[in-house]
Design a binder for this molecule. Structure first.
Ligand SMILES: C[S@@+](CC[C@H](N)C(=O)[O-])C[C@H]1O[C@@H](n2cnc3c(N)ncnc32)[C@H](O)[C@@H]1O
Length: 202
């Protein structure tokens, strides 16, 4: 049978979902409303929907992806709302509207620091309590790899902050790290972080 993803992508997908499931164990319920941005075509929709007691909002800039997401979902379960959204603009949601914000595989694509910082501020604004976020972490092996690729003539590099730098950006917005895991430690740069917002600060 032909599959949409290669074996390595399927393994990474499995690891990501397993880590996210582990993080859900650490989170206090109920989670009334969850926001998944960007949702893509809904890789995490079943997992997030199962956790949301009142509803899941999925936002993405791609209308086609949002349509694919809805088409793939069952009619059973809490309602799903889809929103066409540009994450580089102010989010069309109220302050503290969502118990959990889910932001996956997006930060590594943001090249400009001011856009990254602005997005973190907006995610923290609409967040009531928890955030699960993934990012590509700069480690010694990846710095070496980047230097090698550049010497070999590759121009495109992904923006990769260190773990401390990335956590610091969220701490500035009153979000503390509850847990973090590497998707495939030592091999894959992606790290998944669970933050809790300290509502005493903001
Ligand atoms: C790598 S996919 C990740 C999707 C999903 N979070 C996942 O892990 O499967 C990146 C997604 O970002 C969306 N995207 C790109 N630029 C965007 C923007 N400015 N605002 C909102 N979504 C955007 C793309 O349409 C795509 O679905």
């Amino acid at each position: 049978m032909r599959t949409r993803y290669g074996r390595s992508q399927m393994f990474i997908n499995w690891r990501e979902q397993k880590i996210v499931a582990g993080m859900f164990e650490l989170i206090e319920r109920p989670l009334r409303r969850i926001l998944d941005v960007p949702s893509g075509h809904g890789r995490f929709t079943p997992q997030l929907r199962a956790a949301a007691s009142e509803g899941l909002v999925c936002g993405d800039i791609s209308v086609e992806r949002l349509k694919a997401l809805v088409d793939a979902e069952s009619v059973e379960g809490p309602p799903i709302e889809t929103v066409e959204i540009d994450l580089f603009k102010p989010l069309p949601f109220d302050t503290g509207e969502f118990d959990l914000i889910f932001n996956f595989r997006f930060f590594q694509h943001i090249k400009r620091e001011e856009l990254r910082d602005q997005l973190i501020e907006e995610l923290a604004r609409v967040c009531k309590r928890y955030m699960i976020v993934s990012f590509y972490e700069k480690t010694a092996i990846h710095s070496w790899q980047k230097r090698y690729w550049r010497r070999a003539g590759h121009k495109r590099t992904m923006p990769m902050p260190s773990r401390e730098q990335f956590f610091g950006l969220f701490e500035k917005q009153g979000c503390r790290v509850m847990a973090h895991r590497g998707v495939i430690p030592g091999v894959h740069a992606q790290r998944i972080v669970l933050f809790e917002k300290d509502n005493q600060i903001s």
